[in-house]
Design a protein around this ligand. Structure first.
Ligand SMILES: O=C(O)C1=C[C@@H](OP(=O)(O)O)[C@@H](O)[C@H](O)C1
Ligand SMILES: C=C(OP(=O)(O)O)C(=O)O
Length: 450
């Protein structure tokens, strides 16, 4: 039986409400989406890229290992500071072993675009969670490269790819609102002669578009319909190394800010948070709930908007979040559901079908998290309806985190605001995206057993 290295360190935790309000000013680790892309694109560029603020979570370290296996010279020179000596577009070589992408869907799916458009054979696998997630959503568009894919039934890892070094340009309309699928197609198009085109009916995070432009590719984005976009990429660009500053991850800041909103008397600031408009749906939703959330010191760092966010505890009421907002907050629904459980009145989150295929079935897992702690919640089609307690989450339940880092962190936030302690079966997977989370939460007074 393959032992996934994160699973081998199960870390259960019982969370009690803190004796005093949370307070302080912190920084969260670098953005996971931008960190993955920094390593991948720097490896494809000519020259040496210096990265600061890289997220050193398990998921991103898997990407570093994979790009090394493909020939990039990647070195850690300090906390969050890394150097990548790139190979150029044609410089990657066949990996000598299976590429293990751990728990990371972003790593596996973006890398599939690179592997499909290089003239060698490679095999990707992952942990039990990732091996259960759909890869057909990238295999389908990437088939047009002429690459050959061999996967388990239903398009699941392990996946073997015999790539084509001279793919035709691709043209694809996304059937699901997925930045990972969009990015896989664009990455494959890098090696194609001609223009690759991706239509997305709903805009999704545009870190790939921004960063490819940063490295010198010709990428154009045009509006399409109501909220959609067409992205075009000119193939075979000369990608040139350029330094990268990774902002704080808003999907990680979400947990710290939510805890501050729920623990009475708390006020916490998170500095240097990425504020890419396609990542800030949670903050919009929290403000609609009446949250005292103040964004200050806005600036641009490394081409991305950044700001400091201060959350102050106070009364919250229910919110109706439209499906069109989902892509800009897709990873934040578990923790938003915890905030909604605390609020007064009903909240409805619409169009959550994509939650079913994350590290866990997050729709089912979030429902179970709430119900185990005495909160009434329903699923109607692809919508979740949370019946807020008005500040009296009963608690006292055990949360099964199902190898999902965001379930574990959401359960911890709930425990800090519940009447009775909340038990979390395993916090180990938090290291995939937010190493040091428990230490950081204790630095603002959470009082978690380390
Ligand atoms: O492109 C990315 O970096 C990501 C896109 C999202 O997945 P989908 O694009 O599949 O929605 C998100 O859930 C994931 O955490 C990171
Ligand atoms: C879904 C997530 O990441 P990935 O798809 O990379 O596993 C996440 O970080 O919530």
């Amino acid at each position: 039986m393959k032992t996934d290295h994160v699973q081998s360190s199960v870390r259960a935790l019982t969370v009690h409400a803190p004796r005093a309000p949370l307070s302080g000013s912190v920084q969260v680790p670098g953005d996971k989406s931008i960190s993955h892309r920094s390593l991948m694109f720097a490896a494809l560029a000519r020259g040496t890229t210096h990265i600061t603020g890289l997220l050193e979570g398990e998921d991103v370290l898997r990407t570093a290992d994979a790009m090394r296996a493909l020939g990039a010279d990647i070195t850690r020179t300090g906390a969050g500071t890394w150097t990548v000596r790139g190979c150029g577009l044609d410089g990657l070589h066949e990996p000598a072993d299976v590429l293990d992408m751990g728990n990371s869907g972003t790593a596996a799916r973006l890398l599939s675009g690179i592997l499909a458009s290089h003239g060698f054979t490679s095999v990707m696998t992952g942990d039990a969670s990732l091996r259960g997630r759909p890869m057909k959503r990238v295999m389908d568009p990437l088939a047009a490269t002429g690459a050959v894919f061999l996967s388990r039934q239903g398009g699941r890892l392990p996946l073997a790819i015999q790539g084509n070094a001279n793919p035709p340009p691709l043209s694809y309309r996304l059937p699901v609102a997925s930045a990972q699928v969009k990015s896989a197609v664009l990455l494959a198009g890098l090696n194609a002669q001609g223009e690759t085109r991706v239509e997305e009916p709903v805009a999704t995070r545009d870190h790939t578009e921004n960063m490819l432009r940063h490295f010198g590719a010709s990428v154009h984005v045009e509006p399409m319909g109501a909220g959609g976009r067409v992205i075009t990429l000119q193939g075979r660009p000369e990608l040139v190394a350029r330094d990268i500053v990774v902002p704080g991850d808003p999907s990680s800041a979400a947990f710290v800010l939510a805890a501050a909103l729920l623990v009475p008397g708390s006020a916490v600031s998170v500095r240097g948070v990425g504020l890419n408009p396609l990542r800030t749906g949670l903050f919009t939703s929290l403000k609609e709930m009446g949250a005292d959330l103040v964004i200050s010191n806005e600036r641009v760092e490394g081409g991305e908007p950044v700001g400091d966010i201060t959350a102050t505890a106070g009364a919250l009421h229910g919110v109706d979040v439209p499906a069109t907002r989902a892509p800009s907050m897709i990873d934040e629904y578990p923790v938003l559901a915890v905030v909604a459980a605390h609020a007064t009145g009903q909240s409805r989150f619409r169009g959550l079908e994509e939650l079913r295929v994350k590290e866990s079935d997050r729709l089912a897992a979030t429902v179970a998290l709430l119900e185990a702690n005495g909160v009434k919640v329903e699923v109607v089609g692809d919508d979740m309806i949370v019946h807020g307690t008005g500040g009296a989450i009963p608690g006292g339940g055990l949360v099964q985190t199902r190898m999902d880092h965001r379930l574990a962190m959401s359960a911890i936030v709930m425990g800090l605001a519940a009447g009775k302690p909340v038990s979390v079966d395993d916090t180990a997977f938090i290291d995939t995206s937010f190493p040091g989370f428990i230490t950081l939460m204790n630095s603002i007074g959470a009082g978690l057993a380390a």
